[in-house]
Ligand binder design. Sequence first.
Ligand code: UD1
Length: 415
Amino acid sequence: VKKLIIKGGQLLEGEVHISGSKNSALPIICASLLCQEFVKLFNCPDIEDVNRLLDILRELHVDIKREADYIEINSHSLKNIAINSANVSKLRASYYLMGVYLALFNHVQINMPGGCDLGSRPIDLHLKAFRLLNGKCEVNYDQVLIDSKKLKGNKIFFEIPSVGATINAMLASVFIEGKTIIENAAKEPEIIDVANFLNKMGANITGAGSCIIEINGVKRLKGTEYYVMSDRIEAGTYALMAAGRGKEVDIVNFNHKYNNGFIAKLIESNVKFKILDNKIKILSSKDILPLNLKTGYYPGFPTDLQQIYLALLTQAKGISKVQDSIYKSRFKNCYELNKMGARIIVDENVATIYGPHHLNGAEVTATDLRGGASLVLAGLMAEGTTTILNPEHIFRGYSGILEKIRKINGNITIA
Ligand code: UD1
């Protein structure tokens, strides 16, 4: 078992290159199976979640070639078998195989997908979409079984704009004759990326990125090449590290168009920055101001950056409140931050952060991916040595995090 060791207090300086988006790459890798030909994907992040997904696909007889700058996927021998790899219960995104298998085989049997423990994470909206497309769904303990004689187009209204359910509905309906309409669809940029990829393979999807998506079924898809968008959450994470401890740090491959909810909060908390072509330059930011932050569906403030922003707010001059309305118990990192000297009180889905409190190195535990990243930021800001246990949560979603932090002068090692 490994631990991360951070010696805090270094001033960060230099450039960080943001990798491809995790939440885009995972569904795109699954979607590539729909053509049953060769697909070449550039800019997939080198993270554990991608490795796990590729391992699941290998068990389903997909050929995968992983080169330094691309992954080649050939699914012509993909098997219509039960998807019961142990990895399914460790990876939330394995639910995208439901939509893919249903589209290809009218049938799927899969273990219940797992993922970060952020409180309750149901899949009822996914199943509702499959039912509306004429699928029969059964859930027995940890097995999901979906069958259909023939999928049929329909109008699917989501009462919550779920990212996963929206993408799954798009995947399931690519081959359905006629029209499928998704209303109150999630509008996250990753949905646009997945739709662009499907269209590049020959699908006919319009409206992705808006709340109404229309899918007109096509007979087949063909192999293609695709460049995955950059990771807006990874970009936000490094921007916050730079805000907390930076002299001057360039975050390269930063698409400001997709980060407005985040940028608005940087301004409000007095982080000094400049937006340039494809990067954001974070300048030394001494007087962080407290703020009220609520997570929202895109284009609101992303829940995936909430825990990391919260670590920065331990250094703000005054009291901040952070509310997560999407994942109500996404606050386990607060107890760890308090071990380092922060003063945070969590009441239901609201954290009150009393800043500024001096942080000291301590032994803390990463309990989930983004919570783990918040501890890395805290460790960089703290005086002395921070040891982070269970860092595997962090490696699930951050490509080359040790190298990237060292390159900007952070002192981080693994032992
Ligand atoms: C995706 C992201 C995750 C991010 C989240 C919100 C992936 C692999 N994961 O997760 O990193 O934190 O979006 O931006 O892309 N819900 C239901 N029933 C469902 C599905 C969701 O009630 O069937 C609820 C959830 O509990 C949550 C809300 O809808 O409160 C949004 O969840 P959703 O957008 O589906 O998140 P995920 O796709 O799981």
